[in-house]
Design a protein around this ligand. Structure first.
Ligand code: GTP
Length: 359
């Protein structure tokens, strides 16, 4: 039986204000909490048991996902009172695993959307007889990530977290946030104190001459840590650029959830989602955006690459481009917000008060 640990305990600070009341993996993407996509993909790869390593806002996961049976999985929740970091969380979660010492255990970051073939990753792990196998992806600018150069046989040569000096950038391969651990390797992570798997566990294993194997994969990959990426991921899921069995609809230009209302003459494009009870008025254009439950987009508003929070209102003719509107905020008519502006939950902006500014 293949088991997986999903790391879902981070504070998601870069995604605020979306993560003030909702942990990052529970923020909706393509109509369902992002975590539902990861669970569906794990299940499709044959995973039967997932341990959710929770910490920040831990109480919201179980009421939604329960014992996992509705998602075709067995789910166990392991909660850290104090966040233990990625490595500490894996160690703590392992108390709920039933795999034998040499069996493979999958570990996933809870904020990565990828088309990775999980079955193939497991196969490559077995073939390499590795202690840990890491999913690697290539990015144009690796500076914000953990660099993982490999030799011709796939053996990991080094780990460099977020390199600062140009000479440290020796590869465009980065840690893509999915691993296969031989179970007994997890047991070597210190228990009960914060540990970073990226900064401590992996470099430590490398120094101890453990077999660390990298699998460079060219399929879809996106780190949802920032709002623009999160909105992009949702749009890509809706349009079928990347497949998830959990999307509640067929691939297309938009997804309108049951109970939403879209007036005649409103235009939805680019993988936009309109949540339950939300309303889009005539003449509004919503492109590549996420409109959460109960939000209102008024007449003639134009919303692009943005997230409109639960119960928020976007007034007539207002323009949003690459913006996050917090839950229950009220943006009056004739405003213009762009370039990463974030409006905190419950904020009211009067009519025609803002033209192109970061709030
Ligand atoms: P930022 O605060 O915006 O950096 O986001 P984050 O808190 O999610 O941190 P990061 O993106 O580095 O975390 C990568 C993954 O590990 C995410 O899925 C987090 O939920 C998870 N994670 C990070 N720290 C912890 C922790 O202390 N405990 C648990 N259980 N998960 C964690």
């Amino acid at each position: 039986m293949t088991e997986a640990v999903l790391l879902v305990g981070g504070k998601g600070t870069r995604l605020r204000p979306l993560t003030i009341n909702t942990p990052k993996p529970m923020v909706p993407a393509a109509g369902v909490p992002f975590l539902a996509h990861q669970l569906a993909r794990a299940r499709a790869a044959g995973v039967k048991h997932v341990v959710l390593a929770t910490s920040y806002l831990a109480e919201v996961f179980e009421p939604y996902f329960g014992d996992g049976s509705a998602h075709g999985l067995r789910l166990t929740y392991v909660h850290e009172e104090e966040p233990l970091g990625t490595g500490g969380a894996i160690r703590q979660a392992s108390i709920a695993l039933t795999s034998g010492p040499t069996e493979p255990v999958l570990v996933f970051n809870g904020d990565i959307l990828t088309g990775l073939d999980i079955g193939d990753l497991l196969l490559r792990h077995e073939r390499a007889q590795a202690d840990v196998t890491l999913h690697l992806t290539r990015v144009a600018d690796p500076r914000a990530f953990g660099l993982v150069p490999t030799g011709p046989d796939g053996r990991v040569l080094a780990f460099t977290e977020k390199p600062r000096r140009p000479e440290e950038i020796v590869t465009d391969q980065i840690n893509a946030g999915a691993y296969v651990f031989r179970r007994e390797v997890i047991d070597t992570i210190p228990q009960g104190r914060p540990v970073s798997v990226e900064r401590e566990t992996f470099p430590g294993l490398l120094a101890a001459r453990a077999v660390l194997h990298g699998v460079v994969d060219a399929s879809y990959w996106l780190d949802l840590g920032r709002p623009a990426a999160f909105v992009q991921a949702s749009a890509d899921l809706v349009r079928g650029v990347v497949h998830s069995p959990a999307v509640p609809g067929d691939p297309g230009e938009f997804l309108v959830l049951p109970g939403a209302r879209v007036a005649d003459g409103a235009r939805l494009l680019g993988g936009t989602v309109v949540g339950a009870g939300a309303y889009v008025a005539a003449g509004a254009v919503v492109e590549g955006s996420v409109v959460l439950d109960g939000a209102r987009i008024e007449e003639g508003a134009r919303v692009r690459a943005s997230m409109v929070g639960t119960g928020a209102r976007v007034g007539p003719r207002t323009l949003l481009d690459d913006v996050v509107i917090g839950d229950r905020s009220d943006i009056g008519a004739d405003n213009e917000l762009r370039e990463g502006a974030r409006v905190w939950c419950g904020t009211a902006i009067p009519d025609a008060a803002i033209r192109f500014s970061a709030v």
